[in-house]
Write a protein that binds this ligand. Structure first.
Ligand code: MN
Length: 331
């Protein structure tokens, strides 16, 4: 698992030791992500399946994409599709993904890069591996997180943040047994590069076998720990977790993650994504690619999409035959 790695974690700034009276959060639930397929058929784990939206708030959905080793010709993506009312955050750990949207956003992300797309009032986009990866095949592993927007911000202009791997803020636990990449939010006084509409934090942590991470966490944030790979335990109660499991933690001001002493050889450490944010606490009406407050707003989004009001596919991405508009057809 490359993402961003460092030779020597002892050279990094450390998160502080927990305060003497810190409240380490307790595990409320551990769920196992079912496997499914997304887009043209790339394998995903539905990280939040079976968890009450109120426990996830402000997050609504997360897919772990892969990890998969594609044969030549096999890599898959999505076709052009719309979104409205929330943000998609795509973090690539291994491999390469291309993105383009109807608002002029887009780029190529790989090994530790993140694209943070605010759909806001509406956007069309496409997410797929680049042509050379389709030809060659190869390793692909990442995740896509959906972040809700509050009612007042569901109609903001679409925005695209291209967060390069080297802009992640790198930290270590006090004994350097855990390595942290802060992608967004403030963690122990260190602020990641992602700009968010509501307060939240997103961290990718690698916890060495036998190491403990006690991470200061805002008490008004919720706390979710999703295991990308490896095994260990979470919370003051030490609930066991392994690859593809999500732990929802209860109240407190410290998130505790322990790496199991024994790891499988193919996953030498425990890798987790730690998420938390200030809950929005608004009604959620979501269907397909739209996340709104009411069913009527979802119906309106489908109508607006059908009428072309969520944007149009940029000309350079329209298939050649469509661009020609049928001029080679007999009249
Ligand atoms: Mn999408």
């Amino acid at each position: 698992m490359p993402a961003v790695t460092v030779e020597d974690t002892t050279t990094l700034p450390r998160v502080p030791l927990p305060a003497p009276r810190t409240v380490r959060r307790r595990t409320r639930s551990v769920t196992t992500a079912p496997s499914g397929f997304e887009g043209e058929g790339f394998p995903v784990r539905r990280a939040f399946a079976g968890v009450d939206l109120r426990a996830l708030d402000p997050f609504i959905h997360m897919d772990q994409m892969g990890e998969v080793e594609y044969a030549p010709g096999e890599p898959k993506g999505t076709s052009w599709h719309p979104h409205r009312g929330f943000e998609t955050v795509t973090y690539i750990i291994d491999g390469v993904f291309e993105h383009a949207d109807s608002h002029g956003g887009g780029g190529t992300i790989s090994n530790g890069d993140t694209q943070w797309m605010t759909a806001g009032g509406g956007v069309l986009h496409i997410e797929r591996p680049p042509e050379h990866l389709v030809v060659s095949g190869g390793l692909f592993h990442g995740l896509q997180l959906w972040v809700n927007l509050p009612r007042a911000q569901k109609w903001v202009e679409p925005r695209y943040q291209d967060l390069r791997a080297d802009s992640s803020v790198l930290l270590a636990s006090p004994d350097a047994g855990a390595f942290l990449r802060v992608i967004a939010g403030d963690v122990a006084g260190h602020t990641g590069p992602g700009s968010t509409y509501t307060p939240m934090a997103m961290v990718h942590a690698t916890v060495a076998p036998g190491a403990t991470l006690d991470l200061p966490w805002r008490p008004d944030f919720n706390a979710l720990v999703y295991v990308l790979s490896g095994s260990g335990s979470v919370g003051i109660d030490g609930a066991p977790v392994s690859t593809g499991q999500l732990a929802v933690l209860g109240p407190g001001d410290t998130v505790t993650v322990n790496g199991a002493v024994r790891q499988e050889s193919r996953t030498p450490a425990l890798d987790v994504v730690i998420l938390g944010g200030l809950p929005i606490r608004e009604p959620i009406a979501m269907y397909g690619p739209f996340v709104m407050n009411t069913r009527q707003e979802v119906q309106d989004a489908f109508a607006d999409f059908s009428a072309g009001r969520l944007g149009s596919i940029p000309a350079q991405y329209v298939p050649h035959s469509d661009v020609r508009g049928g001029t080679d057809q007999p009249e």
